[in-house]
Write a protein that binds this ligand. Structure first.
Ligand SMILES: [Zn+2]
Length: 275
């Protein structure tokens, strides 16, 4: 999972969701050298329908938010390596800047235009939906969640004149209700980040991804590709959420003199906020 691919460091150093162009090219070279072949969710769907054979080592590269630099910087490098990717864009087509990214006030952070999205699609990149307005869907009413999800599908389909099958949750935050609405709205896949099964395809509406950012070292990147890294993260977040639940139990026990309820709420293992 990528976000921005930029020339140099952003002006505000608290950003984490970017890689430099140099880093990105090196990473694509590594993917290529290690024999991975990028595919899209549409390819995977065709494979499931037994209409397509997958390459030996398939991989899905995704970009969230549809930044202008995905179009200007990432796509040309991907084309150098003859690689495909999936780009999740905003359904609200009046959004031309990443307004939700309040740290970016000093930065331009422009988003792809309708025309650029069309061009990316014509270059065989898969376009997915990332909601209408980049609001965390979990806190919204059913009606609002439906609107954010269904309208984003509709708006992007209107630009491309083709069905949109894949969704990415804003901030990777979801619960059963939200993923249920995504599934009922005609999507075939939806991506989270730190939730979902570590086994690809087991949770189609909560696909786990590996975040790649400027802190990802070359060795770290190779480890993410070659080791069962999803399982490592899955175990880590499970252990962490176990500790947090335990903490809740013990503080409750202390405050209610040992009358802790057996069903203390379990928090979904999404601890990090990202776009
Ligand atoms: Zn996002």
């Amino acid at each position: 999972m990528y976000h921005r691919v930029i020339e140099s460091k952003p002006r505000i150093q608290t950003h984490w969701h970017y890689v430099s162009i140099v880093q990105f090219r090196t990473q694509m070279k590594i993917i290529d050298k290690l024999g991975f072949t990028p595919i899209t969710f549409s390819d995977y769907q065709l494979y499931q329908e037994e209409k397509l054979t997958l390459p030996k080592k398939p991989i899905i590269i995704t970009f969230d938010d549809g930044y202008l630099d995905t179009f200007q910087n990432a796509i040309p490098i991907l084309q150098e390596f003859d690689m495909k990717a999936v780009i999740f864009v905003m359904g609200n087509r009046r959004l031309n800047r990443a307004r939700w990214d309040e740290l970016d006030q000093e930065d331009v952070c422009e988003l792809m235009t309708d025309e650029q999205i069309r061009m990316a699609k014509n270059l065989e990149f898969e376009i997915g939906a990332h909601s209408l307005n980049h609001i965390s869907l979990v806190g919204l009413s059913d009606k609002e969640v439906e609107f954010e999800i269904q309208q984003s599908k509709y708006q992007i389909e209107s630009i491309l004149n083709t069905p949109i099958h894949t969704f990415a949750y804003p901030y990777g935050i979801l619960d059963n209700r939200v993923s249920g609405i995504v599934s009922e709205s005609g999507f075939s896949f939806a991506c989270g980040v730190y939730s979902g099964s570590p086994k690809y395809g087991e949770t189609k509406y909560d696909i786990r991804r590996l975040a790649i950012n400027h802190n990802t070292s070359m060795l770290g990147f190779i480890a993410k590709l070659l080791l069962p890294y999803q399982y490592v993260e899955w175990l880590y977040h499970r252990a962490k959420s176990g500790r947090e639940t335990q903490k809740k139990y013990s503080s409750k026990r202390a405050s209610t003199n040992g009358q802790a309820k057996k069903n203390a709420s379990y928090t979904n293992p999404v601890f990090e906020k990202y776009n």
